[in-house]
Design a protein around this ligand. Structure first.
Ligand SMILES: C[S@@+](CC[C@H](N)C(=O)[O-])C[C@H]1O[C@@H](n2cnc3c(N)ncnc32)[C@H](O)[C@@H]1O
Length: 410
């Protein structure tokens, strides 16, 4: 069982994204805030087969893919266009003809690279790009990208050949100086010069691995759609189980880690767009998203008392930007409250909810995420609320991950 008592809680890397690396499609691209397939499987296994599963915060589509592998029908929401694209590529079934077509197309693209190396190819306008790739590596990546576009079309436009682009995304990370083993991504002090032949060979190795894990047919169905979880509309479809991991109130921006993929895939072209996108993300804090908080207020909305208490304590602390951080926490839970109020539009009566979330701390003031979410759930008419610690997130601080559960009446 997942439950553990708080004093005996361990970090449990098997319950994080690290567990997914070797699990076929789940391991294609890493997003450190992704949760573990194992966790999702354990929850799904407690329910009868053929229930409909929803993940309103898709990320890398761990829930939806796990559910589709298990034989369920599942849907996820996200607001990030790259993650929506990636989730759909991961959750599709592919014929052997399709895999052969991608393999063949990749060979054609690579055959064009020597001629393309003599040209001035498009490169992304990623800030400080020289920290990510040396000039030579960048030139080789850009030539390969142009070759792939000539054969397959731009990734954001042509969804059918997504597998070739997933392999390219993995390639840009493997050849970069970024270390993606922790949420606070770091860079090596020096970039490495990768010869063009090495770049194209590595691309083929990665593509082989991606294609090898794409052949298995999914038993169920999964898809990811663009829906803002703060305003879920009625969709003519309802779900029996919600398994999700929303952002945590800890100022981590998914955009930060996703930037290289998003720029190379042209889901992002200007730095300003990243801040705009993060303003829509719950807990988003990139660029303009933080400065906008100064003008933001909850507009008289009645929110749980336990939240207003926590926000008051943070605002009174003597840390730098204490008021701004208090507003950040308030906006995070305000957005989660909006989410939980629109969720019943897609819930079957009796639906069960599992929210994997973390607590946080601002200037020594603990933000008790499970208690605040539980208060929101109860205010909004959910019942059977509960929460349990599932793992410790950090070796020094009292930061934990919880499974917050509830039931929609019916
Ligand atoms: C913690 S991640 C989910 C990780 C996921 N469980 C996985 O395994 O990859 C949270 C996700 O919520 C998405 N998100 C943030 N605000 C959102 C909103 N308003 N509507 C829908 N999705 C949102 C983010 O883009 C991010 O992908």
């Amino acid at each position: 069982m997942l439950e553990v008592t708080r004093h005996s809680v361990k970090q449990r890397s098997d319950l994080t994204f690290k567990h997914n690396k070797s699990l076929g499609r789940h391991g294609w691209l890493r997003l450190t805030p992704a949760y573990s397939v194992k966790l999702v499987k354990e929850i799904i296994a407690r329910f009868p087969p053929n229930i409909a599963i929803l993940d309103p915060f898709s990320g890398t589509a761990t829930t939806t893919l796990t559910a589709a592998e298990h034989g369920n029908s599942a849907l996820s929401f996200d607001i990030n266009p790259f993650l929506i694209w990636l989730g759909n590529v991961k959750c599709r079934s592919y014929s052997s003809d399709h895999l052969a077509l991608v393999q063949d197309g990749a060979q054609q693209a690579i055959a064009r690279v020597p001629a393309l190396m003599k040209k001035d190819n498009w490169t992304p306008r990623l800030f400080n790009i020289e920290r990510w790739w040396s000039a030579d590596t960048l030139q080789a990546l850009a030539a390969l990208r142009t070759g792939l576009v000539e054969v397959f079309g731009e990734p954001a436009k042509d969804r059918a050949t997504g597998l070739a682009w997933v392999a390219f995304c993995r390639l840009v990370i493997e050849t970069s100086a970024a270390a993606f083993n922790h949420v606070s991504m770091s860079f090596s002090s020096e970039t490495i010069d990768h010869e063009v032949e090495h770049v194209t060979d590595l691309y083929l190795v990665i593509l082989d691995a991606v294609l090898a894990s794409s052949g298995t047919q999914l038993r169920g169905q999964g898809a990811v759609v663009a829906v803002d979880a703060r305003a879920i509309p009625e969709m003519g479809r309802r779900f029996n189980l919600v398994v999700t991991s929303p952002p945590y109130p800890n100022r981590i921006s998914y955009i930060r880690e996703l930037r290289p993929y998003m720029y190379w895939m042209k889901f992002l072209e200007e730095a300003r767009e990243a801040g705009e996108m993060d303003w829509k993300a719950i807990g988003g804090t990139w660029g303009i998203a933080t400065s906008r908080l100064n003008e933001w207020g909850p507009n008289g909305k009645v929110l749980p008392e336990v939240l207003t208490d926590a926000v008051g304590r943070i605002a009174k602390s003597d840390g730098k930007n204490a008021q701004l951080m208090a507003t950040y926490v308030l906006k995070y839970f305000y957005d989660m409250h909006l989410h939980l109020s629109s969720l019943p539009n897609v819930l079957e009566p009796g639906a069960e909810l599992h929210y994997i979330v973390g607590n946080s701390s601002f200037f020594g003031n603990m933000v008790d995420t499970p208690a605040i979410l539980t208060a929101s759930l109860l205010m909004l008419g959910y019942e059977n609320t509960d929460s349990m610690v599932i793992r410790k997130r950090n070796c020094n601080k009292a930061l934990f991950e919880y499974d917050v559960t509830a039931r929609w009446p019916g």
